[in-house]
Design a protein around this ligand. Structure first.
Ligand SMILES: [Zn+2]
Length: 551
């Protein structure tokens, strides 16, 4: 029952203990011979009377504990003091007018900050100290959270109150590694006003968004701004993904190189190949999966057909000579989509992420048996087990789930139509050390770089920049930007270089100083957890208190 970390009520004497199934009642009396007047601070030993206080205390073995505290009233001896009689104060036991002991109030506060109102109330009841959710919320609002008033190294990041609609700003101190303030919008003026009250700030870490760059320039011009390394890498990968997205035909040709199929050499060959593929697509609705057995149409196939229809409409209108903007308006689709379709040269398949499956090694056997008429997944699973399959029944069932049951041996088997990886995945592959890639990825990357000089020059520059993020050759940043402005470099990388130039000092600081926004990413995650714990009903003031409270 007694927590050794809390100050002990040394001035109380136990008179009587009554134990009932639900409640333990302890009668205690105060032993203080004198009290200090709260108004004039004069000590008085002249006892006026005694009175009874009822206080909640920490539970004992799951039973609520009630203290019946016999306390003194003293008379004030100072004639000028307006307070004639005062109740004695009991420091470390309880406060004036309080209904609980200090240690119970502290426990309630800890529960409230950890769990919030409703969940905290349920937990407290289970622990034998019932309290209402509203009282817990009042406890959160009332608690004073001590925060230092001066900071040198700050980080800022935004967080979504309601995604896409309303955002706030989180400010953390890198030296104490804790949040120090939460603002309820992400306007540059708000943060700038906050920063003006803290002229001692020396370093501000931030992401690459313009609003915080502006806020820091306005509110703390003396501070060094640091663009976060992680966000620099992210921007680079996004630029590369855009570059690859706009060069989809080259990706497909490189994939064909890897697959060992000769790329079409003449215009006519290319047309013939395209016709063949369209024919394949009609029969086998989704060619992105490399199954040899025909499949029944799935939802994905339906969506793909819808996209194909749109693509054909776009190309039709393009042949009629309409501009991207007009086509977009006519078909009610985004102009960027129209651009992607017209640049692609052929229908851009949606890349799917193909994970390796234990059934891959047994594809041939599965297809052979399927052709022979065995369409029972359990039977196929048992057969595979005999020849060394270690995967689960479910993986076999998934594998054959959409295969066409009417498929017979008369149908010809076609080679798989290989799809290049998605632009995002490919961007990551290109930035990796080639020695770390598996054989298939490496041969695809090599084929792509050999085939397309634009992607090659973009990748070389991107790899150099990634090395700078790792701390190698940072002094060449300026010359890197100059080289990236060359017209032989893909437009997307040039745009990225321009964005670096416009934020040069912060980018340079991001690559050379030890500070980054990792702390903020973690704290924003914590904020999201607290917000969702409150089922999205988090009032800003409550959320702010709980984020700032670090226990
Ligand atoms: Zn007094």
């Amino acid at each position: 029952m007694v927590n050794p970390h809390l100050p002990q009520p040394a001035t109380l004497r136990c008179l009587h203990i009554k134990i009932e199934p639900e409640v333990v009642t302890i009668a205690v009396e105060s032993l203080a011979p004198s009290g200090v007047c709260p108004l004039c601070a004069h000590r008085s030993a002249r006892q006026h009377s005694r009175y009874l206080r009822r206080l909640g205390d920490l539970p004992w073995q799951g039973r609520s504990v009630r203290l019946l505290l016999l306390s003194h009233k003293f008379s004030c001896d100072v004639s000028a003091c307006p307070r004639r009689i005062f109740a004695e104060r009991l420091p470390n036991v309880t406060r004036a007018y309080a209904r609980n002991t200090d240690r119970l109030a502290d426990t309630f506060a800890s529960i409230a900050f950890a769990c919030g109102g409703e969940a905290g109330s349920r937990l407290a009841r289970q622990l034998g100290m019932p309290i209402s959710p509203d009282t817990l919320l009042r406890t959160i609002r009332r608690t004073h959270i001590p925060i230092a008033s001066t900071f040198r190294i700050l980080g800022v990041d935004d967080w979504a109150m309601r995604k896409g609609l309303r955002y706030g700003t989180l400010i953390c101190d890198h030296e104490q590694r804790r949040p120090i303030d939460v603002l309820d919008d992400r306007e540059p003026e708000t943060l700038a006003a906050w920063l003006r009250e803290h002229p001692e700030v020396e370093v501000i870490t931030r992401d690459r968004a313009h609003c915080y760059a502006r806020a820091a320039s306005m509110g703390a011009p003396q501070a060094i701004q640091v663009a976060d390394r992680f966000h620099l890498m992210q921007n680079l990968q996004q630029a590369m993904a855009r570059m690859l997205d706009h060069r989809h035909p080259q990706l497909k040709l490189a994939m064909r190189d890897v697959a060992g199929r000769d790329p079409p050499t003449t215009q006519r060959d290319e047309e013939r190949q395209r016709d063949q593929e369209r024919h394949c697509d009609e029969e086998r609705p989704n060619p992105t999966r490399a199954n040899l057995v025909p499949r029944r149409p799935t939802h994905r196939d339906v969506r793909r057909n819808r996209r194909l229809e749109k693509y054909e409409q776009v190309m039709e209108l393009r042949h009629q000579g309409l501009s991207d903007r007009k086509i977009a308006r006519h078909l009610s689709i985004h102009r960027e989509t129209v651009g992607r379709y017209t640049r692609a040269g052929e229908f851009p398949e949606r890349a799917t992420c193909k994970y390796a499956s234990k059934t891959d090694r047994f594809t041939e056997h599965l297809e052979q048996r399927w052709k022979e008429g065995c369409h029972n997944a359990a039977q196929l699973f048992r057969e595979l087990e005999v020849i060394g399959f270690t995967g689960s029944y479910c993986s076999v069932r998934r594998r054959v789930a959409h295969w066409d049951r009417s498929y017979g041996s008369s149908t010809t088997i076609r080679p798989p139509n290989m799809q290049p990886p998605s632009a995002r995945r490919l961007a990551r592959l290109l930035l990796k050390n080639p020695a770390d890639l598996d054989k298939r990825d490496r041969s695809f990357v090599d084929a792509l770089l050999e085939r397309c000089s634009e992607i090659r020059s973009g990748t070389e520059l991107a790899r150099e920049f990634a090395a700078m993020v790792r701390g190698e050759g940072v002094e060449t940043l300026d010359s890197w930007i100059q080289r990236a402005w060359d017209f032989a470099v893909p437009r997307e990388i040039r745009t990225f270089a321009t964005s670096l130039k416009s934020d040069f000092d912060a980018v340079h600081a991001g690559l050379t100083t030890v500070w980054n926004n990792g702390l903020l990413e973690g704290q924003v995650n914590r904020l999201k957890l607290i917000k969702r714990q409150m089922y999205g009903r988090a009032n800003f003031d409550l959320l702010r208190q709980r984020v700032l409270y670090t226990g």
